[in-house]
Write a protein that binds this ligand. Structure first.
Ligand code: 6LW
Length: 505
């Protein structure tokens, strides 16, 4: 919250910063729940809770058992779990997602508590498209609508489909990728909300309405109802939205956007993030309010939700829900039970280049930040890494009385800096560099400094690296930076992990 005394209170947007794309939201009483795509990471589909739409706490991950989510080693980065829809119907929560990796397809899960446990998957082999949505009409018929925009009737208890897949709408003529549909009954109409223009700078949100869930649909004359394409706004790639009504009757949209930084073409480093925008209605069409980094606060009292920053001491038997790993997290390779109060990682792949690397990380949530870890590499080799994917990562690695900083950028891999250190536990760190790059057309989004903490607690820098190579514009794909710990040989122990925002000018 900013200054309340003189100006109207504002809240920070994104409301869920960091790699949290494709938000889908529902409300039950005074509680809101929201889910996001998780791609190649396990556990999958983070679940958030809020009572004010502004402050969100992660309460779990919907897909946390191998019986719910198997991501084989050949799952490319940015494949895996796409675009969930979350709904509450008949006293149950319903979640439908696409797993685009081998053996995947569309799957439906149910839960009575959105924090879990969620059911095993009900497969939807008859739904042939990504971005599935669920909507029930007045007689209880369930419609699954997906990218295209197409629709088929389903039995959500069994996954059976009935009748042909019907094309509902193609969005604005000429616009790329009509996708991410959500279908709602609001007042006299059924509304079909979609994303179009592609999930890059051309992204936008459009809507159509009709008399029935099956259409026919009439496009809104004001489409796209939201886009920042071609603008100089700080939030770009806006699209993939979902609508929710607050208990006071006001309407809100959650959507994804990115914050490009640096010179041209602009790099975004946190992936696609979840933003909030107010919605009003004119002539039975939704009108989206200003989407800015500081938005006017909703009219209700805001909750105090502490941000999940600071230290994880690994003192709990279970890992906190924000920890994720590429593809899988076998107990034997990632445990807090081997050495009390420490996290132990056991190597599978020999480096973060490998698809079976042992890595446990959390999403980078701030533009300026710092992470530190106390590591004991006495029985192996490992360290602290910032990961975009297998081909784009920087890490500071400890072994054998030495630390080194390694950069992997596309096909190139190089040791950038090295220095001897005393054997035994030590503190490794990475932080947004204090001296930011000069401002010109070629400037990158940020710079990252890697170093070790010396005995007096001071940070001794080994090197600073340009952050653009860990951005979506360089690496490609749908995800964002994840920062965490890894083991590349033997067993590596971690006493604690700190993650904190920084104020860098
Ligand atoms: C998702 C599509 C999209 O399936 O990106 O931004 C794809 N929208 O709707 C992956 O998140």
């Amino acid at each position: 919250m900013s200054d309340q005394s003189q100006t109207a209170p504002t809240v920070a947007n994104p409301v869920i910063p960091g790699f949290h794309p494709d938000p889908s939201i529902c409300r039950v009483g005074d509680d809101y729940y929201l889910v996001c795509s998780s791609f190649e990471y396990f556990p999958g589909v983070p679940v958030f809770h809020s009572r004010d739409l502004v402050h969100w706490t992660q309460i779990g991950n919907a897909l946390e058992r191998a019986s719910q989510l198997r991501l084989p080693a050949d799952t490319p980065s940015s494949a895996g779990i796409y675009a969930p829809t979350l709904r509450h119907h008949d006293s149950r929560f319903w979640l439908v997602v696409t797993n685009v990796s081998t053996g995947g397809g569309n799957m439906l899960f149910t839960a009575t508590d959105p924090a879990g446990p969620w059911s095993d998957p009900i497969r939807l082999p008859g739904v042939r498209g990504i971005d599935p949505d669920l909507a029930w009409d007045e007689d209880g018929t369930c419609w699954c609508t997906f990218a295209g925009i197409e629709q088929v009737r389903i039995d959500p208890q069994t996954g059976e489909t009935f009748g042909p897949q019907r094309k509902l709408w193609s969005g604005t003529p000429g616009a790329a990728s009509p996708e991410a549909p959500h279908l709602y009954r609001i007042g006299a109409y059924w509304y079909l909300l979609i994303a179009e223009g592609g999930t890059e700078r051309g992204h936008g949100v459009s809507i159509a309405r009709g008399p029935a869930p099956t259409g026919p649909f009439e496009p809104c004359p004001a489409n796209p109802i939201l886009t920042h394409r071609g603008s100089d706004r700080p939030i770009q790639n806006t699209g993939h939205a979902d609508l929710v009504q607050a208990p006071d009757g006001t309407w809100w949209m959650v959507l994804l956007g990115v914050r490009p930084r640096g010179g041209t073409p602009g790099w975004h480093i946190l992936g696609r993030e979840t933003f909030l925008a107010p919605v009003s209605w004119v002539d039975d069409w939704p009108v989206v309010g200003e989407l800015t980094p500081d938005m006017a606060a909703p009219a209700w009292p805001l909750s105090i939700a502490p941000e999940e920053v600071g230290r994880d001491d690994f003192d709990l038997p279970e890992l906190r829900p924000y920890w994720i790993s590429p593809r899988s997290r076998p107990d034997g390779h990632c445990t807090t039970k081997e050495r009390a109060g420490w996290l132990t990682l056991r190597a599978r792949g020999a480096s973060l280049d490998d698809t079976d690397a042992t890595f446990l990380g959390r999403r980078q949530r701030h533009l300026a930040w710092r992470a530190r870890v106390r590591i004991d590499p006495s029985w192996g080799r490992g360290g602290l890494a910032v990961r975009l994917d297998e081909r784009h990562h920087y890490e500071i690695e400890a072994s054998d009385g030495q630390v080194q900083v390694v950069a992997r950028i596309g096909p190139l891999r190089t040791v950038v800096a090295a220095r001897p250190v005393p054997a035994g536990p030590l503190v490794l760190g990475v932080r947004t560099a204090e001296a930011q790059p000069p401002d010109d057309a070629r400037t990158g989004p940020d710079a990252l400094s890697f170093g070790v903490d010396t005995l007096d607690g001071a940070f001794t820098e080994l090197c600073t690296l340009d952050g653009r190579y860990l951005s979506t514009e360089v690496a490609g794909g749908f995800t964002g930076r994840v920062v965490g710990m890894y083991a590349a040989a033997g067993s590596v122990h971690f006493d604690w992990f700190d993650y904190d925002p920084l104020h860098v000018t």
